[in-house]
Design a protein around this ligand. Structure first.
Ligand SMILES: NC(=O)c1ccc[n+]([C@@H]2O[C@H](COP(=O)([O-])OP(=O)(O)OC[C@H]3O[C@@H](n4cnc5c(N)ncnc54)[C@H](OP(=O)(O)O)[C@@H]3O)[C@@H](O)[C@H]2O)c1
Length: 409
């Protein structure tokens, strides 16, 4: 990589999540310290006021770069100035394509919070070869989707190997509990995906494909459709309901397995659901939650309903209150099945403080960016999942810096 001015540039720092990332960078890595970083966005005046708000009289110590998604020169300059672009500019399908192209071409590492599967597939197909050739590591989905799932599975499998010398043939991801809110940017990304599906029905087929993110021409596995209704889980002795992010998380975990060369076996399966408790109460919650998820999927496909939802949902730039962010948390369990001996099954719990989608996500993507910029990574270049790109080095960072835990129970 040619000499770069910055280790990390946070593009989209004036947005709801980007601001949280910038605040985390100030808190954790300081200003003018060993990690050189800058904020970037499309509006110079918004960047000025952000810097003043988060750093007060030290604001001048945070460099700013103006770059608009529609201005190619500004984007090329941004990409040339840094080792890593950390992008919170979404919907990604709307604003992110040129940036990914330039990062792939110029050998600049990249991380984002994308969950737009059709866009990620498109980027991989169009720029995969360029990234491999330039040395860039392009890593999508570095927030609550999909870090706990991808790293949780990776971690429980490495523990299984370390303790029992084998890999689990099955891992179940089970959301135990979480509290948080929704931002305007996330809502806009969901709407943008539905709009795309309306004009391009192939998008819905892609979203339904359990191996949508696997590299083409590689064997698929035994996983089927995502859970849609209430189900009793014999291992957890609880009822379960569909988890809204499973459609992205499971695809990323399966891509990790494929990119690692199928170490967990050709018949390895992974699924996700939300635990709702035992007894009639657990059953009722599972039924209600499944019905709610089903209803949401159906009504959000109807344009007038989407327009109605847009009136009550937060606008771009808005998100959960500070109190919701600070009181938020998440707990996700990963149960790994030993291939022969039930007594050797392993259960790992991954936890984090703060609202998972924003407070915790900001910490996750910031640590991904710093990890890509400064850690000695063994992974190849190209479009990689977080686990494949950064593996145990990222787990160590999330635990030591970002307040997450990965613990065997
Ligand atoms: N995976 C996860 O766990 C997760 C969690 C949170 C968010 N997300 C995703 O992250 C993305 C951002 O969410 P958010 O709530 O932070 O959104 P947001 O508040 O609307 O922020 C969007 C950012 O993009 C910038 N932007 C818009 N158009 C631009 C353009 N043409 N050129 C350059 N910058 C432009 C905005 O700049 P201005 O300030 O100038 O308007 C703002 O900084 C969404 O796609 C969301 O789905 C994912």
């Amino acid at each position: 990589m040619t000499k770069r001015t910055f280790d990390v540039v946070v593009w989209g720092a004036t947005g709801f999540t980007g601001r949280l990332v910038a605040e985390y960078m100030v808190r954790t890595y300081g200003i003018g310290g060993d990690i050189t970083w800058a904020v970037a966005g499309r509006s110079a005046s918004k960047l000025e006021s952000l810097r003043k708000n988060i750093a007060g009289s030290d604001a001048d110590g945070i460099p700013q770069i103006v770059a608009d998604s529609q201005d190619e020169t500004s984007l090329r300059n941004l990409v040339a100035a840094t080792r890593v672009v950390c992008s919170t500019v979404g919907p990604y399908a709307m604003y992110g394509s040129l940036l990914v192209q330039f990062c792939a071409e110029q050998g600049t590492h990249y991380c984002d919070l994308a969950g737009e599967i059709h866009w990620m597939c498109d980027m991989m197909e169009r720029h995969g070869a360029a990234a491999e050739a330039s040395g860039a590591r392009i890593v999508h989905s570095c927030g609550f989707d999909c870090i706990p799932s991808d790293l949780g599975t990776y971690f429980v499998q490495s523990q299984m190997q370390e303790r029992h010398g084998v890999y689990a043939t099955r891992v179940k991801g089970r959301v135990v509990n979480f509290a948080g809110g929704l931002s305007g940017g996330t809502f806009a990304s969901m709407v943008s995906m539905m709009e795309e599906a309306k004009v391009n029905p192939g998008v819905l087929d892609l979203m339904a494909d359990p191996y949508a993110l696997n590299p083409p021409n590689l064997p698929r596995g035994d996983d089927g459709e995502d859970q849609t209704g209430a189900r009793y889980d014999q291992d957890f002795h609880q009822w379960t309901a569909p988890f809204m992010m499973a459609g992205v998380n499971t695809r990323v975990v399966r891509r990790s397995h494929a990119q690692l060369g199928f170490p967990w076996g050709r018949h390895f399966v992974y699924d996700e659901a939300m635990l709702t408790g035992d007894g009639p109460g657990g059953f009722l919650r599972a039924m209600l939650s499944s019905a709610g998820a089903g209803l949401m999927a159906v009504v959000s496909a109807v344009s007038p309903v989407r327009r109605l939802l847009a009136r009550v949902a937060p606008s771009p730039g808005e998100g959960p209150s500070l109190e919701t962010i600070e009181k938020g948390f998440f707990e996700v369990d990963f149960l790994a099945s030993h291939p022969e001996d039930l007594d050797c099954n392993l259960l790992v719990r991954v936890t984090g403080d703060r609202d998972p989608g924003y407070g915790a996500t900001a910490k996750m993507i910031a640590e991904c960016a710093v990890c890509l910029a400064t850690d000695e990574l063994e992974s190849p270049s190209g479009f990689l999942t977080p686990a494949v790109a950064m593996g145990s080095q990222l787990v160590d960072r999330l635990v030591s810096k970002a307040g997450m835990t990965f613990s065997i129970r």
